[in-house]
Design a protein around this ligand. Structure first.
Ligand SMILES: N[C@@H](CCC(=O)N[C@@H](CS)C(=O)NCC(=O)O)C(=O)O
Length: 209
């Protein structure tokens, strides 16, 4: 979200809430900002907005009235914008998150006699459901980026920002690389080269995927 704030050249202040190192859950203090205590969450005056896609829409509605980062209404680009904005968290993230969880389940400290059962369950879910979903989704996104440079079309948009989290996660832990997905890898290099992305990384620091 810092990246979008930087692209829009908005002033902002970052408040950090460290996760519990063991459970990886956000601290209870974040629930004073929003009842679910998840990040990202933004506060703008007396308005609080949670859920990354909703935050993107709020920031664009409020501060991108010139439409720099969102295609014009009624265009094919705008339909693609809406599609990818929802796809990122609604479709791309669930199997990636499941992969993270089942990889942790596989290496969790359990009594030795249960270990083979735990491993067999984790392997079955991974090969039967998680991996096929990730593979077909990566192939679909790769094919889409063969048609256009950016997710909406020929121009960079906030949909590219929303898609960065699942694709960086796929690069970090689901085998997305230049050999298997050259267009997606090239897209990742191009987003990482953007000045606003680099400024956001400097302010926010590296994040775990
Ligand atoms: N779909 C939500 C996901 C929010 C979410 O799960 N955020 C994670 C960090 S990426 C979180 O806050 N995890 C800590 C927790 O669940 O306590 C969004 O797009 O904002």
């Amino acid at each position: 979200m810092l990246w979008l704030l930087e692209e829009l050249a908005l002033p902002y202040e970052v408040r950090r809430y460290a996760r519990d190192r063991k459970t990886m859950l956000a601290p209870a203090a974040l629930r004073t900002v929003h009842p679910l205590g998840k990040s990202p969450v933004i506060t703008d005056g007396d308005i609080t907005v949670a859920e990354s896609g909703a935050i993107v829409e709020y920031l664009l509605d409020t501060y991108d009235t010139a439409g720099r980062l969102r295609p014009a209404p009624g265009t094919p680009e705008q339909r693609r914008f809406t599609y990818w904005l929802h796809f990122a968290e609604g479709t791309a993230m669930p199997p990636l998150l499941m992969k993270l969880v089942f990889d942790k389940v596989r290496s969790a400290p359990v009594p030795f006699f249960i270990k083979p059962v735990v491993k067999a369950i984790a392997d079955k879910v991974t090969t039967g459901f998680i991996a096929p979903n990730i593979t077909s989704q990566l192939a679909f996104m790769e094919a889409e980026l063969k048609l256009h440079d950016w997710f909406c079309g020929d121009s960079f948009s906030a949909a590219d920002i929303q898609m960065s989290f699942p694709l960086e996660a796929a690069q970090a832990r689901a085998g997305l690389d230049a050999a298997s997905c050259p267009r997606l890898s090239d897209w990742l290099s191009r987003i990482h080269a953007r000045a606003a992305y680099r400024r956001a990384l400097e302010v926010g620091g590296p994040y775990t995927l």
